[in-house]
Design a protein around this ligand. Structure first.
Ligand code: NAD
Ligand code: GLY
Length: 365
């Protein structure tokens, strides 16, 4: 078992990573169980794949399970209302900890419900997708989507515990594993060249299910994220914004494909990171070799590294138009995460959208 502490004063919490943690859930969750009962929020796919193991690990405790539909559509006003009413009907109290069992969809929705029910309840993240284990379960960003865009309605609300069992990844579809892997590689590309080199050597093993490699990837990722969140919990400085590497270009690709299964979030982030590095190389910020190395790695893992492999046929102007609806727009400018090399990402607020348009037009050819 390993444990990473997220130090946020009175909102500090542990991220526990243990193969078999779900089977030992009673031990880990004991401090948060009131009156021998626990409320779990999940969705159908995870209820089939993981809930029976968690229930076995919590034998003797009365579980009330709220099972929602899988998919991004669940991060909606209607499902938030349904969840809040269900939690209130279950008699949830502020001292109870609601368990979010699932990928980023369930974590984001349940975290937001926990933030607003009775002006704030405790919640525990039990992430079951690779993306959720290395990114969304840590850091307290919770949200639902609005017609105006993704994740536009939400709150910062930190969990009281993140319990990560890499064994849950055994039932995760391979495409979801690859998409989640993009967020692992992201930490190397942002600030850890050695970890990126390790990823180049071990990505295939992570995806194939090598438990040791999965644990190292998860632990390194959450340690990196914890450090960033501790430095800039509410993204008011430029530090947490670094986690958006690949997200501005990726957001345009996701918007162009209708935020659908045509291009998963992690796939868009992969292509977006390759584009960010190629744009950085074009601006003379990093070497063309570094940009090609990033693309080659993503391709080798089976992830998209540009417009064509993302299935996107759009002009630079159309893609930049999508970027302008990005929630990262601030004072009429759009900060880009660019790189001076692998492991040397930085926030650039002076990027000319005309140059981005021109670059994307060249990419589209
Ligand atoms: P998801 O929750 O939809 O899970 C992906 C798919 O895998 C779903 O079909 C789900 O049913 C299935 N699944 C999950 N765990 C499984 C398991 N163990 N076995 C079998 N199937 C399983 O999506 P995701 O990729 O986990 O997360 C994406 C969401 O996370 C997006 O809404 C995104 O906005 C959000 N996100 C939030 C943050 C944050 O900081 N809060 C960061 C990144 C992404
Ligand atoms: N996933 C980006 C963040 O947590 O800030």
């Amino acid at each position: 078992m390993s444990c990473v502490r997220v130090g946020l004063g009175s909102n500090s919490y542990d991220i526990v990573i243990e193969s078999g943690a779900i089977r030992n859930a009673a031990e880990h969750l004991k401090p948060y169980i009131r009156g021998e009962r626990l409320v779990i929020v999940t969705e159908r796919n995870v209820a089939d794949a993981v809930l029976p193991k968690l229930s076995a690990g919590l034998a003797g405790i009365t579980l009330e399970t709220i099972t929602l539909d899988p998919g991004e559509g669940t991060k909606s006003w209607s499902q938030l209302e349904r969840l809040c009413e269900s939690l209130l009907n279950a008699g949830i109290e502020r001292s109870d900890a609601i368990v979010a069992l699932g990928g980023g969809v369930i974590g984001d929705l349940t975290g937001f419900a926990a933030a607003i029910i009775k002006r704030g309840c405790k919640f525990i993240q039990v992430p079951t997708s690779l993306l959720a284990q290395v990114d969304s379960s840590v850091g307290g960003k919770t949200a639902i989507n609005s017609h105006a865009g993704k994740n536009l309605i939400g709150a910062f609300h930190q969990p009281v515990l993140v319990l990560i069992d890499p064994e849950t990844l055994d039932t995760l579809p391979e495409r979801e594993m690859r998409a989640g892997y993009a967020e692992v590689a992201k930490y190397g590309l942002i600030g850890d060249f050695d970890f990126f080199e390790w990823c180049e050597a071990n990505a295939a093993s992570i995806i194939a299910g090598d438990r040791g490699c999965q644990i190292k990837a998860i632990e390194t990722s959450v340690r990196a994220k914890a450090t960033i969140v501790e430095a800039d919990e509410r993204e008011t400085l430029d530090t947490r914004a670094l986690l958006n590497l690949g997200h501005t270009f990726g957001h345009a690709l996701e918007a162009e494909t209708g935020f659908s299964d045509k291009l998963l979030h992690g796939e868009a982030v992969a292509a977006g990171m390759a584009l960010a590095f190629r744009f950085s190389a074009r601006q003379g910020l990093c070497s063309a070799q570094d940009a090609e190395r990033v693309s080659a790695h993503l391709r080798a893992v089976g992830l998209p590294d540009g417009l064509d492999s993302s299935g996107v046929k759009a002009t630079g102007a159309e893609l930049v138009q999508h970027m302008l609806h990005d929630k990262k727009m601030s004072g009429g400018t759009l900060p880009f995460i660019l790189a001076r090399g692998i492991g040397q990402a930085y926030v650039d607020k002076s990027v000319s959208l005309a140059e981005v348009t021109e670059f994307l037009d060249v990419e589209a050819r």
